[in-house]
Design a protein around this ligand. Structure first.
Ligand code: AMP
Length: 188
């Protein structure tokens, strides 16, 4: 499990580990963004929460992860990026792992100051095509506003990387997700 606030680098590090170990990266945020792009019912529902920086209801996320970990590419392990985010999700995950005869190897906690997270998130830009991340100051593309890798596909700013939504996402993280650090420390 990669556990940490938005903008702490969970996704970036999960991607690296995933390609090194050949474990799939299960990012619940990416799954929702895919559903939004496809215009599914799940996507439309998730969007209303995501745009406000709120969490999607637990049971929706739990069902989505339960489905995904049954896929054959998950049988030798997987990296959870952005799940669990609440205590009920963590408890549901335990049950899912028992059912699948899997065990949790590690929880990696990312700890970064809020001010740094705001700087990172507000300058973050993503490729519409390949999902590559850039930053307007720290990781500029060669041509402003366009992806280096995808033949000049346009970069966009995520709705939830707008200043007010960022503040709410951090508040939600401190209230609902950071207690999981203690939960996993206790169960070590
Ligand atoms: P992320 O890309 O991980 O920052 O997730 C973007 C948004 O998707 C979050 O702000 C939530 O609205 C939603 N989301 C992603 N993962 C979860 C989760 N485990 N539980 C509830 N909502 C989630």
């Amino acid at each position: 499990i990669f556990l940490g606030p938005p903008g702490s680098g969970k996704g970036t590090q999960a991607k690296k580990l995933s390609s090194e170990k050949k474990w799939p990266q299960l990012s619940t945020g990416d799954m929702f963004r895919n559903s939004i792009q496809k215009g599914t019912k799940l996507g439309n529902m998730a969007k209303s929460y995501m745009d406000r920086g709120e969490l999607v209801p637990d049971q929706v996320v739990i069902d989505m992860i339960a489905d995904r970990i049954h896929d054959s590419d998950c049988k030798n392990g997987f990296i959870l990026d952005g799940f669990p985010r609440t205590l009920p999700q963590a408890i549901a995950l335990e049950e899912l792992l028992i059912q699948q005869k899997l065990s949790l190897d590690k929880v990696v906690c990312f700890r970064i100051e809020d001010t740094e997270l705001v700087t990172r998130l507000s300058g973050r830009r993503t490729c519409t095509q390949c999902g590559s991340m850039y930053h307007v100051e720290f990781a500029k593309p060669k041509k402003e506003g366009f992806c280096d890798r995808c033949n000049d596909f346009k970069l966009f700013q995520r709705e939830d990387d707008q200043p007010q939504v960022i503040q709410n996402r951090l508040k939600v993280y401190h209230q609902q997700t950071s207690p999981l650090e203690g939960y996993y420390n206790k169960s070590k």
